[in-house]
Structure formats: structure tokens, C-alpha cells
Design a binder for this molecule. Structure first.
Ligand code: ADP
Ligand code: ADP
Length: 225
């Protein structure tokens, strides 16, 4: 469903990704782990077409992403992908509901349907009672759940998350893990998550361990029981 073939990327002299290939199935939950500087974020950004490789291909649902025109690529990304980052990047002057509506407003969807869809996902993430609050009036965990709602409101096939719990305390990180599991059960999203959090990685069907720009090892959930 999502695949990479021979991805390579350099920053200056530094070979950040070195001939990485992978294959991810629909509904699979994949964690990317490994030391700082291993190339995890770079790989995630390339899979999500947020950056360009020097060489190689990424295919999502049989589309060769880097062969699309810039305009088509961005439309394809907006339709099929959702992103969650370590910091929530919510717009401070808008309420939780408005932040979640934003991707659909930008896609020029019907106002009433947008409000309904955004309200429904805010319910899923347990924040219906907070929907008219602005980000600064929410806790860190709540802010991240709003960001997750925003990432899924357009029903993407794949969700990319880069250290989604890196800025949260243990209890809030736990809540985010449970939410991811629930979302997968509800919508069968495919998840690709860069994480240092052992518990989040342990939830994954498969963990890819990166080192020096390569996938050094893979671990299946079955192997750890
Ligand atoms: P947590 O497990 O709660 O994410 P960590 O101590 O692992 O806490 O991480 C604290 C912060 O430092 C996080 O923002 C994480 O992104 C960053 N960090 C930790 N280890 C690494 C690493 N090896 N490489 C890059 N960043 C790291
Ligand atoms: P990880 O996520 O595993 O910590 P990254 O993919 O963020 O690794 O980075 C891999 C290496 O590439 C690091 O040495 C980092 O400093 C470097 N790097 C990442 N982004 C850039 C950039 N935009 N310009 C220059 N170097 C970068």
C-alpha cells in the first residue's frame, strides 16, 4: 500500500539515507526507531512527500508520488495522508473545532458537513466538551489530541507521526497510545510512527530499527509476544 524503493538523501556531504527500501501493508502499524541522527525523520518526511529524495521512489496506493506534478502531489497528500508532529502546531487564534475544520475548509468542502465531520472526530478523541476552547486553554495532552483529530478529519489512508509523544508526560503519552489503537480499530488507518517511546514502539506490528541511514533490523510484534 505504501512502499519505498532505494531512497537516498544527502545533506551536504552527509549521507542521511542510504538506499532504503520498504513495504508497508494497509492497516499496518509500523514504528521507526533508532538513535538520533539515524535518518528516521528524513525517511518519514520522504514517505510523506514533505521532502524530495536524491534518488528512489515512494509509492502510495500505486501512485509514484515523486513523479506527480507539484500540484497533484500536494492534492494527493492532502487527500490520503495525515501528519502528527511532536509539537501540535495548532493555530492559536482558532478554537479546537476550527483547527480541526481547517484542512477541510482549505479543501473547500461544504461548511455544514465540515463542522459535522470535525465534531465527530473531536468526539472520537474525547474532546467534545473542549471544542470551543483555544489551544492555550487546553492541556498539552488535549492539544495533541486536537492535532490528532485534525490529522484524521479528512479520513486519510496513512497517518505519519514524528515523535507524537515526545513532548508529553507519561499519562498523556499513554492516552495518545490508546487513541492510536482505537483509531486503528475504528478506521483501519495505516500508521508510520517515529518514536523513542518504548511503549509506543511495542504497540507496533513491526518496528524498523535505523542506523546510519539504513534499516538495520526489523522486529515483528509476534517476536516480542
Ligand atoms: P520520551 O520517552 O518521553 O519521549 P525521552 O527522554 O526519550 O522521553 O526524550 C526526550 C526528548 O528528547 C524527546 O523530545 C525526544 O524527541 C528527544 N530524544 C530522546 N532521545 C533522542 C535521540 N536518541 N535522538 C533524538 N532525540 C531524542
Ligand atoms: P533522526 O530522525 O533519526 O534523528 P534525521 O533524519 O532527523 O535523524 O537526521 C539525520 C541527519 O541528517 C542528522 O545528522 C541531521 O543533523 C541531518 N539533517 C536533517 N535534516 C537536515 C537538514 N535540513 N539540513 C541538514 N542536515 C540535516
Amino acid at each position: 500500500m505504501l512502499s519505498a524503493q532505494n531512497l537516498s538523501k544527502k545533506y551536504g556531504q552527509l549521507q542521511v539515507l542510504n538506499d532504503v527500501s520498504l513495504e508497508i501493508k494497509k492497516g499496518e502499524f509500523v514504528a521507526i526507531a533508532g538513535p538520533s541522527g539515524a535518518g528516521k525523520s528524513t525517511l518519514l518526511h520522504l514517505l510523506g512527500s514533505l521532502d524530495f529524495p536524491d534518488r528512489g521512489h515512494v509509492k502510495l496506493m500505486d501512485k509514484d508520488i515523486f513523479k506527480l506534478s507539484a500540484k497533484k502531489q500536494s492534492a494527493f497528500r492532502n487527500e490520503h495522508m495525515g501528519f502528527v508532529f511532536q509539537f501540535h502546531h495548532l493555530l492559536p487564534e482558532f478554537t479546537a473545532l476550527e483547527n480541526v475544520c481547517m484542512p477541510l475548509w482549505i479543501a473547500d468542502k461544504n461548511k455544514k458537513e465540515v463542522t459535522e465531520a470535525a465534531t465527530a472526530v473531536l468526539k472520537t478523541v474525547g474532546l467534545l466538551h473542549r471544542m470551543n476552547h483555544k489551544p492555550t486553554e487546553l492541556s498539552g495532552g488535549e492539544q495533541q489530541r486536537v492535532a490528532i483529530a485534525r490529522a484524521i478529519v479528512h479520513k486519510p489512508s496513512v497517518i505519519f507521526a514524528d515523535e507524537p509523544t515526545g513532548n508529553l508526560d507519561t499519562a498523556n503519552a499513554q492516552a495518545v497510545h490508546e487513541l492510536f489503537l482505537e483509531l486503528r480499530a475504528l478506521y483501519n488507518h495505516t500508521f508510520v510512527i517515529v518514536t523513542h517511546n518504548e511503549k509506543l514502539a511495542a504497540m507496533a506490528d513491526r518496528t524498523l530499527f535505523m542506523k546510519d541511514g539504513r534499516i538495520e533490523m526489523e522486529r515483528l510484534k509476534e517476536d516480542i509476544g
